[in-house]
Design a protein around this ligand. Structure first.
Ligand code: ZN
Length: 366
C-alpha cells in the first residue's frame, strides 16, 4: 500500500468502525515493515520528509496492534543513542555512516590498528614518540587486542583500546557484576592480608579514584596495584609449594605479624584454593562459576582473554607505558572510569576533547 493511501485511510478509520477493523492490522504490519526497511537502508535518522505526520496518523492503530511499538520504533530508529551521537557530534546521518567514513587505520609500534578515531590516532602517535624518545628506539609496546567494538562504550567510537587482555583482566566493578564483586573482594583481601600485611585490598579504593592512592599520581596508583598483582602471583605459587609456604609463614609473615599466632597451615591452603577458584582459575572440576551464573570472574577462560590462571597476576603493563598513555590524555580503565574502575587492560578518551563530549552523551542518552 502506498504511504499516501495509508495516510488517507488512517484518517478515516475513526468514523468507520468496519474499515478500522480491516485496516488496523494492515496498517500495523505496514508500519513495522516500513521502519524495518528504513533501518536496513542505513537511514537510521529516518529521512522521510513527512515522518512526523506519518507517525501521528498511525499511532492509534499501531498501539492497538502492538502496545510496545512506540518503544520499538524509538529504540530502533528515531531515538537510538548511537545514531543521535553520530548526528550531533560527528555530523553523519547514522552510526553506520560514522563507522564507515569516520574511522581510519593506523600503526602503533608496528602493530596495525583498525578503525580508530583520528584524535586517538594522533594521541597514539604521540605516545609512541614519547616512549621511543624517553625509553629506547627499540621500545616494545604491549600487544593491542581490541579497538573498535560496535556499540560498546567508548570502543564503539574508535576511541578506546585494550592491551594484553589475558594478563590484564577486569578485576572488579564490571557492569552488572555486583554479586560477583562481593566474593572477589574477599579473595583480594585475603591476598593483601597474608602477603602484604594490609588490613584489606586497595582494590576497594578504586571507586574513589586516583586521589585514594599515595599522592594521587598515576604512578602511585600503578605502584600500589602492581604490588597487589605481584602479591597475587606469589600467593598462588605458594599454594602449590608446601615447603615455600611454610617457610614464608615462619619468616616474612612472622616479621610482619609479630604479635599474632601463625595461621593454620591447612586452613591457609584451603583458603588459597578457594580464592583461586573464585578468581576464575581452572580446577579439576572445571570453572564452576560460569555454569552457575552469567557473571564471569576475571581470570575465567570464558572471560575476555582470561587465561584460567590467577597465578599470572592482574597487571603486567609496564609503568612507563601506563604513564605515557595517561600523560597523553588517555583515561586508564583501572582507575579513571568512574563507577566501573578495575578494567586494567583498557584505555579510552573520555577525559578530553571530542571523547569527553561523546562520553557525556553516552551517559545522557540511555
Ligand atoms: Zn576496553
Amino acid at each position: 500500500m502506498a504511504i499516501g493511501g495509508m495516510k488517507a485511510n488512517a484518517r478515516n478509520i475513526e468514523t468507520d468502525p468496519e474499515l478500522k477493523m480491516r485496516l488496523v492490522p494492515i496498517l500495523a504490519d505496514e508500519k513495522v515493515s516500513y521502519f524495518n526497511m528504513i533501518n536496513r537502508a542505513k537511514a537510521a535518522s529516518c529521512p522521510v520528509k513527512d515522518r512526523f505526520d506519518f507517525s501521528l496518523d498511525l499511532e492509534e492503530p499501531l498501539k492497538i496492534k502492538n502496545p510496545n511499538i512506540e518503544n520499538r520504533i524509538r529504540n530502533s530508529c528515531i531515538m537510538g543513542k548511537w545514531d543521535r551521537i553520530a548526528v550531533e557530534i560527528f555530523n553523519y546521518n547514522s552510526y553506520e555512516e560514522f563507522i564507515e567514513f569516520e574511522l581510519n587505520n593506523t600503526t602503533f609500534f608496528g602493530q596495525i590498528l583498525f578503525k580508530i578515531n583520528d584524535e586517538m590516532i594522533k594521541i597514539l602517535n604521540q605516545v609512541e614518540k614519547d616512549l621511543i624518545d624517553n625509553q629506547a628506539p627499540g621500545y616494545k609496546a604491549p600487544l593491542a587486542n581490541s579497538t573498535l567494538r560496535e556499540k560498546s562504550g567508548m570502543h564503539g567510537w574508535g576511541m578506546a583500546i585494550d592491551f594484553d587482555v589475558g594478563m590484564n583482566p577486569y578485576v572488579l566493578n564490571e557492569k552488572s557484576e555486583g554479586e560477583l564483586d562481593k566474593v572477589l573482594i574477599g579473595a583480594y583481601d585475603n591476598i593483601a592480608k597474608l602477603m602484604l600485611g594490609k588490613n584489606e585490598s586497595d582494590l576497594r579504593k578504586l571507586k574513589i579514584g586516583r586521589t585514594a592512592f599515595g599522592n594521587g599520581s598515576i604512578g602511585d596508583v600503578y605502584d600500589i596495584l602492581r604490588e597487589e598483582s605481584d602479591a597475587m602471583k606469589r600467593y598462588f605459587l605458594l599454594m602449590n609449594d608446601n615447603i615455600a609456604l611454610q617457610e614464608f609463614i615462619e619468616t616474612e609473615w612472622a616479621v610482619k605479624n609479630p604479635d599474632t599466632n601463625p595461621p593454620d597451615f591447612a586452613a591457609i591452603k584451603a583458603q588459597m584454593e578457594n580464592d583461586y577458584r573464585i578468581l576464575g582459575g581452572k580446577t579439576d572440576t572445571g570453572n564452576v562459576w560460569r555454569t552457575e551464573t552469567r557473571e564471569d570472574p576475571p581470570f575465567a577462560p570464558n572471560s575476555m582473554g582470561g587465561t584460567g590462571d590467577p597465578a599470572t597476576g592482574f597487571l603486567n603493563l609496564r609503568k612507563e607505558f601506563v604513564e605515557a598513555m595517561v600523560n597523553s590524555g588517555f583515561a586508564w580503565g583501572a582507575i579513571d572510569i568512574s563507577g566501573e574502575p578495575g578494567d586494567i587492560q583498557h584505555f579510552d578518551l573520555r577525559l578530553q576533547g571530542v571523547g569527553a563530549r561523546v562520553y557525556d552523551l553516552l551517559l545522557k542518552y540511555k
